[in-house]
Ligand binder design. Structure first.
Ligand code: HEC
Length: 152
């Protein structure tokens, strides 16, 4: 067998082998008492935008695309979810201290303003998660309201 064939076969074998290591899925259907919707008034429009563009990595329930069953894509996704949730979990927002809530609301605005969220690697594939200017403005307006009323 030529070297090239050997290398190709090894790569294929590794690709096959890693398919057996599926990460645990982030799927939870139970409603959470500390969900941000129970802590703040979130207009339906904003709720829908957050759910579509942010919840895959910042909530207890990810809407998995087909390619997440293929490794290593599923691993990358799992890592984004783990890191994303540890920074911000919309389902557990009410468990944060008032100070942490305030700082998270601020970073939500900043992350959208500087286009760091949703992650560009994610919007590359999930075009529908990209935020239009109108959607961004509706989030800013909501944040203005929340920040001026409930948080001194
Ligand atoms: C594909 C996964 C993914 C999506 C979708 C996503 N994020 Fe993130 N987010 C992350 C990860 C991972 C981090 C951790 C920091 C990093 O690696 O950049 C993070 C960090 C953050 C932080 C930083 C928290 C802090 O305190 O500094 C904020 C705020 C945030 N995301 C908001 C959002 C918002 C708002 C959306 C939707 C408009 C969103 N994210 C969509 C993965 C995601």
């Amino acid at each position: 067998m030529s070297i090239r064939k050997k290398v190709l076969l090894s790569v294929l074998a590794v690709l096959l082998l890693i398919q057996f290591f599926q990460p645990k899925r982030n799927v939870n259907t139970k409603a959470s008492k500390s969900d941000i919707n129970n802590v703040y008034q979130v207009p339906d429009k904003v709720k829908a935008v957050l759910q579509r563009s942010c919840y895959d990595c910042h909530s207890n329930s990810t809407n998995y695309p087909w390619y997440s069953s293929i490794q290593p894509f599923g691993w990358v996704m799992a890592s984004h979810i783990r890191k994303g949730k540890s920074e911000l979990d919309f389902n557990r927002f009410g468990e944060y201290s008032p100070r942490r809530q305030k700082s998270k609301l601020k970073s939500i605005r900043e992350s959208i303003k500087d286009n760091s969220m949703p992650l560009p690697s994610y919007t590359l594939i999930h075009q529908s998660a990209k935020l239009s200017n109108e959607q961004k403005n509706s989030i800013y307006k909501w944040l203005d309201n929340v920040q001026s009323t409930s948080l001194q």
